[in-house]
Unconditional design. Structure first.
Length: 1116
């Protein structure tokens, strides 16, 4: 008991020491603040009255800085360091003396205890000493040591800070310049400040000429060192105070000035020179009349307007003005740059007549010999011809398909419309068929010709015209009016351009999204780990308490809030990955294996936050209101386990994401290299043409060189992604081949620059061939890596299944042995040891399984949960065996058996899926017949068809080089016959796969992939041509047509797969009918039509337009 009592005594002493330095810190802060403020006032006031030189100000500035630094170190930093036990602090003996002085009944008792304790450590027989210590500790137990330090005593030191603070506040309100100006000079101590000169009056008015019977404002500014508080103006020997605007600005208003006026300015006994204010008469317009004589063909009577200068007139109207004035000698009208003097018609009466065909504006300029035109009045004349129509348009892109755009627009004209149309034109097309190159489309839209304002709605789907990545399409709407005199006039919306993202932009966007997703997953793992730690800490604290406190509830609420934030973050990651996949699939031909893995990975992301965890969060929130410790501990324990599972799944998902990213990057690199090889081969054929332009060829070659540089960068990035994997792939080094290709390409560029097209063509062919070889090597490496990884993973999974079965048998045997075994039996201890051995084996299985799950997507998340349940129940069983609670131990063992059986089934299912996938995998390059699955996809068949077409073209080229006279007749050479037989077999295989796919597609009778039967018939005709040893130009054209139709079917297949992925028939029909937004547009259109029909037909076109504008404005 003595050691514990003494330890509590020492803890109380440590608490006193902390409070002792807290008191020093508070008191030091007050001292530092008071002295710093006093020092600041002293320095600023000295500078304010002394206006020191640069040297003295520099000295004061640094003295102030050093003084403040010293005060902070002395009174704040040192006590703060001692508070955290940094540096030399008071010992327990010193603290005991201070406490003894404060508490009279303690005196030296506390010090004696410390001395006795020290003596007990050195003495041999210390039982008596320990008893004495225990007695004195019991006497000192009720004494509150921290009460020896009274923090409230520091309040009396605050009054010392109040004095300089009060002085500072008074100065800031009464004379702020004393503080602010001197402070500025001290801060800018290296700047010279000149002493102000005596004040002087400055009249800010540009002219002292006033207009009679008007007010005149005199603006005065006072400059100088001493600015008077007041200033006055002397008029006719009398003083009038100036209105003060600021410390230096004043003004005075002369009311209704009738005659010239002399004045002087004065302040503090100083006078300015005498000023003369003139007063001149003002020319004034009293009233005017406007006579409007309309063109005869309008059959409209003339009319006269009173004091109406802004006019809206039909073209050809003659306007006659009559102006009545006062104090006016000359009256002019200014039309733009033209100035017209009006003819006088009596005393101060003027008139002018003019005919208008276009919009104009004019200004009234009355003047006299004193004033030019003091008040210029401007008016506008609006001529209403047959106006051009106007058209406005709003667009909104479909959130699910960027290729689809919705338009809503408004057309207007003064008399009606004749046509409305939509136009778009391909500025740039990457369609391999060339169908969209420089292609222009137009479509007429319905418009109501009897209205002057009409709304239109249109839905534009670019997927119907086979838009490709990197395509650019300009588009606009055009409306024509019904002008019967000059002919219909047209108006267009601004030409806009739809730019489909290029493959490079898509790749960059995908890479950016990938980095963001990986970063977010890593951050989520960190948060899950921290959350796991905090749950453990809270659970441990609850174990030390009898009841859960309010603070525990707050901590649990915080954990719940952080768990919810983590859930939201995971939902955002899932959405971000889904959006990335959608963007890639929109324009890119993604490999089917990659698509499947993307779907599996998306499924993993969607299932990260299970409904069970959400239910647990709700239960935990309810328990927090009850403050039930036992239930709260149970829920926190469950939360800990679930959070551990979540952390594992996050780590697994991150690694699977990196693996899929690597595979996708490699497939894209292979595809890019194949595309480059084709472009390089095509360019080599162009170089063989004698009429080809070397500069154009060189520009294209340079572009290919840049693309190959990008490919090499992609390969470097691929290597980095491989290095980022936990289990790196056996990626072959292709640097040497890349350098050889790059050298060939650079040689071709140099040769083209020198005009050696033939040599350049050979280098280009060499580069293309080496690209093909490198692509084949990479494909082989890719297949080999996939096969090796699959075999390795299946072997690991089989080994895990064997270990599981062995553990299952051992656990079952252990359960049998425990049945009926007496707890006093010596074999009972061996049963516990056997259970521990099984638990160790289970941990090894768990680690191996978790590592395998990071590579194999087929392993469900439930697998890791089951193995975690096995370890948990085994641990409970061991605890029960130690407590000799056999029934509960057998119950836990039964749970273990259930989880083992479930886990065995799950792993068996995963192994079966992997074996099936391996059986359906693509064959190696040595396979004579291409094929992948029982029913290949359109993308695979298109790829095989492309390869077949290329081989047929090469054979035709070889025949030309051999000098065959007939272009289609095939030689009976044995090797050639073998190649032809292989081609025929390949075409037959593609046709059979296509027919099988067609049968599957036509099960529901929709033919969603198009008419595949016609494509199969064309393939059959090609087979006959090959067998009959006749390959003609017509055969090659048919092959290109087959490839084009396969591309269209591939796009249809991809769209169908996307629809199936969305799991919504409504989403699928979305493009077959107007969306909900368009239904709303239609409703608005009908409403607008009803409003427009309420416009009275008797109104003129101008007012009809104004009413229409009003209706449109209230709709907005």
């Amino acid at each position: 008991m003595a050691p514990d009592s003494y330890r509590l005594l020492i803890e109380k002493l440590d608490g006193f020491i902390r409070k002792y330095y807290q008191n020093q810190l508070i008191r030091g802060a007050i001292y530092a603040f008071t002295l710093s403020l006093g020092f600041f006032l002293l320095v600023t006031l000295l500078e304010s009255f002394g206006h020191f030189s640069i040297g003295l100000r520099t000295f004061l500035f640094w003295a102030f800085i050093l003084g403040i630094g010293f005060l902070l170190v002395r009174f704040v930093v040192l006590p703060l360091a001692h508070l955290y036990r940094i540096g030399k602090i008071i010992s327990h003996e010193e603290a005991a003396r201070i406490i003894g002085k404060h508490f009279s009944h303690v005196q030296d008792k506390l010090l004696n205890v410390l001395q006795l304790r020290e003596l007990a450590g050195s003495a041999g027989d210390n039982a008596l000493i320990e008893a004495s210590i225990s007695q004195k500790v019991d006497e000192l137990r009720p004494v509150p040591f921290v009460a020896a330090v009274n923090l409230r005593e520091n309040r009396r030191y605050l009054r010392y800070a109040a004095l300089p603070l009060a002085v500072l506040l008074v100065l800031l309100f009464a004379a702020p310049s004393l503080i602010t100006d001197s402070t500025k000079r001290l801060i800018e101590h290296r700047t010279y400040f000149e002493k102000p000169a005596p004040f002087q009056f400055v009249v800010e008015n540009k002219s002292l000429r006033a207009i009679q019977q008007e007010d005149f404002r005199l603006d005065v500014r006072i400059e100088g060192k001493e600015i008077p508080a007041e200033a006055s103006i002397e008029l006719d020997g009398k003083l009038f105070r100036l209105e003060k605007e600021s410390a230096t600005k004043f003004h005075y208003n002369f009311r209704n000035l009738q005659q010239p006026q002399e004045f002087r300015l004065t302040a503090d006994g100083f006078y300015s020179s005498t000023y003369q204010l003139e007063a001149v008469p003002k020319p004034t317009l009293m009233n005017f009349q406007v006579r409007l004589d309309y063109p005869a063909y309008l059959n409209k009577k003339s009319e006269t307007l009173e004091n109406n200068g802004d006019l809206v007139l039909p073209a050809g109207t003659r306007v006659t003005w009559t102006f009545n004035t006062r104090n006016t000698d000359v009256f002019r009208l200014a039309f733009g740059d033209t100035l017209l003097a009006l003819q006088p018609e009596g005393e101060e009466r003027f008139s002018l007549s003019r005919r208008f065909l276009h919009n104009d504006s004019y200004a009234l300029l009355p003047s006299n010999r004193f004033l030019g035109s003091p008040d210029t009045v401007k008016y506008g004349i609006t001529i209403v011809p047959d106006q051009y129509p106007t058209i406005t348009m709003e667009e909104q892109q479909d959130s699910l398909s960027p290729k689809r755009t919705f338009f809503r627009g408004l057309v207007r004209d003064d008399y009606g419309f004749s046509a409305l149309s939509f136009h778009y034109h391909f500025l740039k097309s990457n369609d391999t068929t060339g169908a969209n190159r420089n292609r222009t489309f137009s479509e007429n839209l319905p418009v109501n010709r009897s209205l002057t304002t009409d709304a239109f709605y249109y839905s534009w789907d670019l997927s119907s015209v086979n838009i490709q990545a990197g395509d650019e399409v300009e588009y606009y709407f055009e409306v024509r009016d019904n002008d019967g005199v000059s002919g219909p006039k047209a108006a267009r919306t601004p030409v806009r351009v739809f730019k489909a993202p290029s493959l490079r932009e898509i790749a960059e966007s995908s890479e950016k999204s990938n980095q963001s997703i990986k970063s977010d997953l890593t951050e989520s793992i960190r948060k899950a780990q921290q959350l796991q730690k905090d749950v453990n800490d809270l659970n441990r604290k609850l174990l030390e308490k009898k009841e859960a406190s309010w603070e525990d509830r707050k901590k649990a609420e915080e954990l719940l809030k952080r768990e919810q934030e983590l859930r939201k973050q995971l939902e955002e990651i899932s959405k971000q990955n889904q959006e990335k996949n959608r963007q890639e699939q929109e324009y890119k031909r993604v490999n089917e294996d990659i698509l499947a893995k993307q779907e599996q990975l998306q499924s993993l992301l969607d299932k990260l936050m299970s409904p069970e965890l959400e239910k647990l969060m709700q239960q935990l929130q309810e328990l927090m209101q009850q403050l039930d410790k036992t239930q709260l501990q149970e829920q926190l324990g469950q939360m800990k386990n679930d959070n551990k599972d979540l952390q594992k799944e996050l780590e697994r998902t991150l690694e699977l994401f990196k693996q899929m990213e690597f595979e996708q990057k490699m497939q894209e690199s292979i595809d890019k290299l194949k595309d480059l090889a084709k472009k390089q081969d095509d360019l080599s054929k162009q170089a063989d043409d004698k009429n080809a332009d070397s500069k154009d060829l060189q520009a294209k070659q340079d572009e290919l060189n840049k693309e190959f540089d990008d490919f090499r960068k992609d390969m470097d990035e691929l290597a980095k992604k491989n290095d980022a994997l936990e289990e790196k792939q056996n990626l072959e080094n292709t640097d040497q081949q890349e350098q050889e290709i790059q050298q060939e390409m650079e040689n071709s560029s140099q040769q083209l620059n020198q005009g050696k097209n033939n040599k350049a063509g050979k280098s280009q062919k060499n580069a293309a061939q080496k690209m093909d070889q490198l692509a084949q090597k990479m494909e082989k490496n890719q297949q080999q890596m996939e096969q090796e990884q699959a075999e390795e993973d299946m072997d690991a999974l089989r080994a895990l299944l064997e270990n599981l079965l062995r553990m299952s048998f051992d656990q079952e045997q252990l359960m049998t042995d425990l049945k009926g075994m007496d707890i006093n039996n010596p074999q009972f201890l061996r049963a516990g040891q056997e259970q521990r051995r099984l638990k160790d084996n289970a941990r090894v299985i768990e680690d191996s399984l978790f590592a395998l799950s990071k590579r194999v997507m087929q392993i469900q998340a439930k697998v890791n949960q089951e193995i975690a349940a096995i370890n948990l129940n085994m641990g409970e069983a061991i605890d029960n065996l130690e407590e000799r609670n056999v029934p509960q131990a057998r119950s836990r063992q039964q749970f273990v058996m259930t989880s083992v059986n479930n886990l065995t089934l799950l792993l068996s299912e995963a192994l079966q899926q992997m074996q099936q996938q391996q059986a359906n995998a693509q064959p190696s390059a040595s396979c004579k017949k291409p094929g992948k699955k029982k029913s290949s996809s359109i993308a695979e068949m298109k790829k095989m068809q492309q390869e077949l077409n290329k081989n047929m073209q090469k054979m035709k080229d070889q025949l030309k080089q051999q000098g065959s006279k007939s272009q289609g007749k095939i030689s009976k050479d044995q090797s050639m016959s073998e190649q032809l037989a292989k081609m025929a077999a390949q075409q037959e295989y593609i046709r059979q796969q296509l027919q099988q796919l067609n049968q599957e597609d036509n099960k529901d009778g929709r033919k969603s992939l198009g008419n595949l039967e016609d494509i199969a018939n064309q393939m059959e005709q090609t087979e006959k041509d090959i067998v009959n040893r006749m390959i003609s130009d017509q055969t090659l054209r048919r092959q290109e047509e087959i490839l084009t139709r396969l591309l269209e079917s591939e796009r249809a297949e991809r769209e169908r797969d996307q629809d199936e992925q969305r799991k919504s028939e409504e989403a699928k029909n979305r493009f077959e009918r107007n969306p909900a937004a368009f239904e709303e547009y239609k409703r608005l259109k009908l409403k607008e039509m009803e409003l427009l029909r309420t416009v009275p037909p008797s109104l003129s076109s101008f007012y009809r337009q104004k009413v229409s504008d009003y209706f449109q404005s209230i709709e907005k």
